[in-house]
Design a binder for this molecule. Structure first.
Ligand code: MD6
Ligand code: FE
Length: 206
């Protein structure tokens, strides 16, 4: 089974190597199959600048950004179709790690060609007491995280198969990807880093 390690930030939970190579390949296949119907695209910020990361979503709700702001919605902004379902392996991983109300959204981020993600908080979800769980695949990423308010950040290298979560006191931690170490993994054809974040975006039942 997967084992958790302690981190220097309360509520930031980490399971290095949670997914073995076989599980990574299977998950990647499930992801790419779904991206056929929900193609990756580059959202723009409310200010109109395209993000460097390519995105898509799985599940009843998907996170989108455009001129009107950030939000969750049930359909792909370019195709108008419902998002594909969340791969079962991810639902199982959620249950085995953070547990609680099931996720209803899985944001897919693909980093290629120097893409990065600035420090941000995940706060568009209805219930900010429910964790966000992250799975990394492909090239390693330098992940930086610090307290919600100003304070020291710590940096760690997230490798393919690593799983982490923002929970409890770290749920609103500021975090981002400073850079991706191109060529550090051969998992993804064409290279790059894929990050999957599972969330409960809508209100949980009950
Ligand atoms: C990434 N991750 O690893 C970006 N958000 O590419 C996130 O933005 C993130 O790792 C919420 C919880 C965990 C995360
Ligand atoms: Fe985030």
């Amino acid at each position: 089974m997967i084992s958790e390690v302690k981190t220097a930030l309360a509520g930031f939970r980490l399971w290095p190597g949670a997914l073995g190579v076989g599980a990574q390949v299977e998950l990647l296949d499930a992801v790419f199959a779904r991206l056929e119907t929900a193609p990756l695209y580059r959202p723009v910020t409310p200010g109109g600048r395209p993000l460097s990361v390519q995105m898509s979503n799985f599940g009843p709700l998907g996170w989108v950004s455009d001129r009107r702001g950030y939000r969750y919605q049930p359909t792909h902004p370019q195709t108008g179709a419902s998002w594909p379902d969340i791969p079962q392996a991810l639902l199982d991983l959620w249950a085995a790690t953070v547990g609680g109300p099931a996720p209803d959204a899985c944001l897919v981020n693909l980093y290629r060609d120097g893409a990065r993600m600035g420090l941000h908080q995940d706060r568009d979800e209805a219930d900010l007491s429910i964790p966000v769980l992250s799975v990394s695949l492909g090239d390693a990423g330098m992940f930086r995280i610090g307290p919600a308010e100003a304070g020291r950040t710590l940096t760690l290298r997230l490798e393919s198969g690593d799983v982490c979560a923002l929970t409890g006191p770290a749920r609103l931690a500021r975090h981002g990807i400073d850079r991706v170490l191109e060529g550090s993994s051969r998992l993804i054809p064409g290279g790059g880093r894929l990050n999957l974040t599972l969330r409960r975006a809508g209100l949980s039942p009950g």
